[in-house]
Design a binder for this molecule. Structure first.
Ligand code: FES
Length: 108
């Protein structure tokens, strides 16, 4: 299973294994990682799964779908590496991926 490391707002790193085909959001929610809300359940309609994908992984991901880009407009504290974690499906090629969690998400 691909491993994903989540960097919390205090700098703590938590690495978990995420089943192939699950998303970075699934990995956070299934393992009690704080900072990802995922209010819409991965439907790409809420932006409460915002995260920052760290290099070099940010360059290895497919470009965001236009729907993701439309929704990222609403993400708080957006940065160039901002992505919606519910739109990142894990593959073996993404084993070792690192994402940083934002200080805040849109209120639920
Ligand atoms: S969980 Fe709602 S947009 Fe990702």
């Amino acid at each position: 299973m691909p491993r994903v490391t989540y960097i919390g707002t205090n700098g703590d790193r938590t690495t978990v294994e995420v089943p192939l085909g699950d998303t970075v959001m699934d990995g956070a929610l299934d393992n009690g990682i704080q900072g990802i809300i995922g209010q819409c359940g991965g439907g790409c309609t809420c932006s409460t799964c915002h995260c920052y994908v760290q290099a070099p992984w940010s360059q290895r991901l497919p470009a965001p779908h236009p729907d993701e880009l439309d929704l990222l407009v609403y993400a708080l504290d957006r940065e160039p590496a901002s992505r919606l974690s519910c739109q990142i499906k894990l593959t073996e090629a993404l084993d070792g991926m690192v994402v940083r969690l934002p200080q805040r998400q849109l209120p639920e």
